[in-house]
Design a protein around this ligand. Structure first.
Ligand code: MN
Length: 198
């Protein structure tokens, strides 16, 4: 089956005023759609690869023929990363952490500061993630372009899109204001589900 844009669980204006409706609409219908289209175009050359999920492709890029591997890494990564990004945000975010998760995360303000600093400092386009390594340990990591944590044996728990297309209309060059605002739409109930599956 060809890859498809996932259904967005909330309206474009649902994350206002933190993320504006126009940015959401363009981000979802143009940028994310484009990653999906380019991924499918590449896989059309090797239809057998449609049997694999996007996760399977990204976790084992070696199975992808070399002539489309970079396209799949970039656009498949873009598809996976954005699907994940939409899934951890929401209009009525649950802010309270479970005791178990809070304990794993350590001091919440320290974590938030460290994550925000890493996101602010990232050079160029990419993402910053809270991700779980193979041993279950939580790390704050960054990835360039649309590289995905699952290609590096990490399971993403939260992640922020730091491409300018994610914030430029509303925040222009003020990336740190976007990051500060973004915390208001992270839904910790959804985030914790990523943990409990481990
Ligand atoms: Mn994006």
């Amino acid at each position: 089956m060809k890859h498809e844009l996932p259904k967005l669980e909330y309206s474009y204006d649902a994350l206002e005023p933190y993320i504006d409706a126009k940015t959401m609409e363009i981000h979802y219908t143009k940028h994310h759609q484009n990653y999906v289209n380019k991924l499918n175009e590449a896989l059309d050359k090797y239809p057998k690869l449609y049997e694999k999920s996007i996760e399977e492709l990204l976790m084992d890029l070696e199975v992808v023929p070399e002539d489309i591997r970079t396209t799949v890494k970039n656009n498949g990564g873009g598809h996976f990363n954005h699907t994940f990004f939409w899934s951890i945000m929401g209009p009525n975010p649950q802010m309270a952490l479970s005791e178990d998760f809070a304990q794993k995360l350590g001091d919440f303000n320290n974590f938030k500061t460290e994550f925000s600093n890493k996101a602010t400092a990232l050079f160029g386009s990419g993402w910053v993630w809270l991700a779980q390594n193979k041993d279950g340990k939580l790390d704050i990591i960054s990835t360039s372009n649309q590289d995905s944590p699952i290609s590096q044996n990490y399971k993403p728990i939260i992640g922020i899109d730091l491409w300018e297309h994610a914030y430029y209309l509303k925040y222009q060059n003020k990336r740190s204001e976007y990051i500060d605002a973004w915390w208001n739409v992270v839904d910790w109930k959804k985030v914790e589900k990523n943990m409990s599956e481990h």
